[in-house]
Design a protein around this ligand. Structure first.
Ligand code: PHE
Ligand code: FE
Length: 285
């Protein structure tokens, strides 16, 4: 684990990457992956965006055990030119953005303990690989992720990383997408979570609101519980179009004079898919 975010920890390269150390996983660790994998693949069909399921196939992720990043990268490289590289937990923003901008997805190499199947604080290899990597086989989503990395490099120079990170949170981590008349999951934080996979789609508590770039960049998020609001995109094409072809610099400027929006709020201009009861929050009251 990195003890500070200024220097790569001992054993890590200048770009913070480390060897995955696939040979060092124990049988118990591989079994943890298999348990998590079996639970999610049972739950997700009919709930997740079809591109995600297609990605699992392209990557042959149903093979038992924690995937070997070298093998995974070969398949991913052939599909969309992306790779998966191992890092020791969280990395500094500029390191993260640089990897994305070069079509490298950074993943933790450790796996959660058997008593942490449902909850852990730091992303492990199951969240990172199962949650994020399948959609990187989708050409449009793959381009979105690279564009995000480049956008991060610009945002860093403009002091706007917090704004941009909200976009990541409400799309890459916790996004929903329209699928015919219904909604589908695509955010990695949802699809890698047994409990949030049903909560995000089916629970009456959260609001589900149409995605709007400015709105999302003004909206706070919570990291300690299920989300109180999810944002729904029309399609990956539409998401890429709205982000890639918009210069964020004037947006960041304009947003400086605007207050943040608290979680669980519905604004007059929001496109409301479902108005949540917010009962989960009140219950915690
Ligand atoms: N267009 C954004 C900018 O001007 C960059 C970006 C693209 C951010 C795609 C996120 C996703 O900074
Ligand atoms: Fe993640």
């Amino acid at each position: 684990m990195a003890t500070d975010l200024l220097h790569p920890p001992e054993g890590a390269a200048a770009d913070w990457t480390i060897p995955q150390g696939w040979d060092r996983y124990t049988a118990e660790e591989h079994a943890t992956w298999d348990t998590l994998f079996a639970r999610q693949t049972k739950l997700l069909p009919g709930r997740v965006a079809p591109a995600f399921l297609a990605g699992l196939d392209v990557l042959r992720l149903s093979k038992p055990g924690i995937p070997d990043f070298a093998e995974l990268s070969d398949r991913l490289m052939a599909a969309t030119g992306w790779q998966v590289v191992a890092v020791p937990g969280l990395v500094p923003d500029h390191v993260f953005f640089d990897h994305l901008a070069n079509r490298r997805f950074v993943s933790g190499n450790f796996i959660r303990r058997p008593d942490q199947l449902d909850y852990l604080e730091e992303p492990d290899v199951f969240h990172d690989v199962f949650g994020h990597v399948p959609l990187l086989t989708d050409p449009v989503f793959a381009d979105y992720m690279q564009a995000y990395g480049r956008g991060g490099q610009r945002a860093g120079a403009m002091g706007a990383i917090e704004r941009l990170s909200r976009l990541y949170w409400y799309t890459v981590e916790f996004g929903l997408v329209r699928s015919g008349d219904a909604l589908a999951l695509y955010g990695a934080g949802i699809v890698s979570s047994f409990t949030e996979s049903t909560f995000a789609l089916e629970d009456p508590s959260p609001h589900r609101l149409g995605f709007d770039l400015e709105r999302v960049m003004r909206t706070r998020y919570r990291i300690d519980d299920f989300q109180q609001n999810y944002f729904v995109i029309d399609s990956f094409d539409d998401l890429l179009d709205r982000t890639l072809n918009t210069d964020f610099a004037p947006l960041y400027d304009a947003l400086q004079d605007q207050s943040d929006i608290e979680v669980g709020t519905i604004l007059p201009d929001d496109r409301v898919y479902t108005r949540g009861t917010q009962e989960r929050v009140r219950g915690h009251g």
